[in-house]
Design a protein around this ligand. Structure first.
Ligand code: UD1
Length: 455
């Protein structure tokens, strides 16, 4: 089993990678200086990975972080074009010098493979669309220049020392765990937060600028492929959805999703801003077998769910969470058995509001044990218990069924169970609040014994 180092592992893309690596049972270490990364992004993972708090500018911390690792996913960086316009030196130090320091340590420590998070911004404003990897980079902001410098070092370390590096040019990534509150927040979390608060978002420029917005789950998939495909070494690859949406498209879709009619404010365009951006993703498809799966609208829907769920969430690291089968004082425990990492994430965020002790598993065996011992409530995805071979009628009545399958939800309700369609979190919330105040048993529903699956 390989040991992964994720630099910037508490940041947006980094933490999504860490969660997926942990889910896949990999050994993970992160290096983060927590300047923009957030501990809450790593909630629930405390005993499943190692954190080294340190900066890419501190040789001792970098050496310690790199030691004994096989694969580095290098995501530590100071993001934001706007920030780099204000602070070009700081951006260069973190993104370019930081990358060089990391590569020096990786080489000394015989690391096998480095995946570098580059950016679509390196293409600049050349009028040709879609952008192909062979085009001449034309950075128009210090951020873009710093990312391009990092690419240069990665390629040089591959050519000069044989250190396997691959540069992934991510195109405007969005999704859960992207900070909506930073002064340099990216456009999507920024607009969603404002529109949820009933405030108009601000469009810089005429709003006709376009981006190839890419959902983070697809980026995680591509990155983990790049980490394991030897043919990727020495390559630069676009990682994107391959579509193009203007800011007006974004506002229109968000109004649809949120059921609002918000009209944005217009302000002067930002310096360093690229006009249009769209990727050709054929190279990543050919080399990695990468295919984006989540389209823009679906990604936005999921992101809205997450931002909604995470607002009013109590802060904290989650270190004090009880183990499986235990409950925190006075609060019922819930096990989420889900195959869909996104829904699991949303449920986690959401359930925290109701003071539940929440555990997650995608192990059917664990879910089965939980059911048999009846250690608490269980939120089940329909597909999970189908795979467990347990008929719906055999589940204890205290199981809370959460499914995208409307027939299944109806059947569960006919059986007297609490069942909700995925996406209707507010309904789920009402019942959970009731359960939280009345105790772990759903009122007037005696659990029925579970029949074991025939061998
Ligand atoms: C750029 C890169 C992206 C990189 C990111 C890191 C390009 C094409 N993309 O994103 O790959 O990951 O930097 O920071 O260079 N905007 C508003 N109102 C707001 C916020 C933003 O109108 O409140 C506008 C911006 O001016 C821009 C667009 O929305 O035109 C997207 O901005 P942002 O989300 O900050 O990302 P980019 O700078 O495009």
């Amino acid at each position: 089993m390989a040991t992964y180092l994720v630099t910037g592992g508490a940041g947006f893309i980094g933490s999504n990678l860490v969660h997926e690596l942990v889910r896949r049972g990999e050994r993970v270490r992160i290096l983060d200086n927590f300047s923009t990364g957030r501990r809450e992004n790593l909630r629930g993972l405390d005993d499943k990975m190692e954190i080294i708090e340190g900066d890419l500018g501190e040789p001792a911390a970098v050496k310690k972080a790199v030691h004994g690792t096989d694969v580095i996913l290098h995501h530590a960086a100071l993001p934001s074009v706007a920030r780099s316009i204000e602070d070009p030196t700081g951006t260069h130090a973190a993104n370019a010098t930081g990358t060089l320091n990391l590569l020096v340590a990786a080489r000394a420590s015989n690391v096998k493979h480095v995946v570098y998070a580059s950016s679509s911004s390196v293409y600049g404003d050349s009028p040709v669309l879609p952008k192909e990897e062979g085009m001449r980079p034309e950075p128009k902001s210090p951020y873009a220049a710093s990312k391009l410098a990092g690419e240069g070092y990665c390629l040089a370390f591959w050519k000069a020392y044989g250190l396997e590096t691959v540069c992934l040019r991510y195109f405007n990534v969005f999704g859960p765990r992207q900070d909506p509150n930073s002064p340099y927040a990216a456009v999507i979390p920024n607009f969603i937060t404002r529109m949820l608060q009933g405030e108009p978002p601000t469009i810089f420029g005429d709003g006709l600028q376009s981006r190839d917005f890419t959902y983070v789950e697809d980026v995680v998939e591509a990155t983990l492929l790049a980490a394991t495909v030897p043919a990727a070494a020495g390559q630069v690859l676009n990682i994107a959805c391959g579509r193009q949406h203007t800011l007006w498209d974004l506002v229109r879709i968000l109004n649809d999703v949120l059921g609002t009619e918000t009209f944005p404010r217009l302000a002067r365009p930002r310096s360093g801003d690229v006009r249009h951006s769209q990727a050709e993703v054929m190279k990543a498809r050919a080399l990695l077998g990468f295919r984006p799966r989540i389209d823009f609208e679906e990604g936005l829907r999921r992101t809205v769910l997450w931002i909604r769920a995470s607002t009013s969430r109590p802060t904290g690291t989650g270190n004090d969470r009880p183990g499986i089968g235990e409950t925190s004082e006075g609060s019922p425990a819930i096990l989420i058995a889900e195959d869909d990492p996104m829904l699991t994430l949303v449920l986690h965020e959401y359930l925290d509001r109701f003071d539940f002790a929440v555990h997650t598993t995608d192990s059917h065996e664990e879910a089965r044990r939980w059911l048999e011992e009846e250690g608490g409530l269980l939120l089940l995805d329909g597909s999970v218990f189908k795979q467990m071979g347990i008929p719906l009628a055999d589940l204890p009545r205290r199981a809370v069924i959460c499914s995208g399958d409307a027939d299944l939800v109806e059947e569960a309700r006919r059986l007297g169970m609490t069942a909700f369609c995925k996406g209707r979190l507010d309904d789920l919330g009402k019942t959970l609040r009731q359960i939280a105040t009345e105790g772990p048993h759903i009122p007037s529903s005696a659990p029925i014994p579970l029949r074991r699956r025939a061998a």
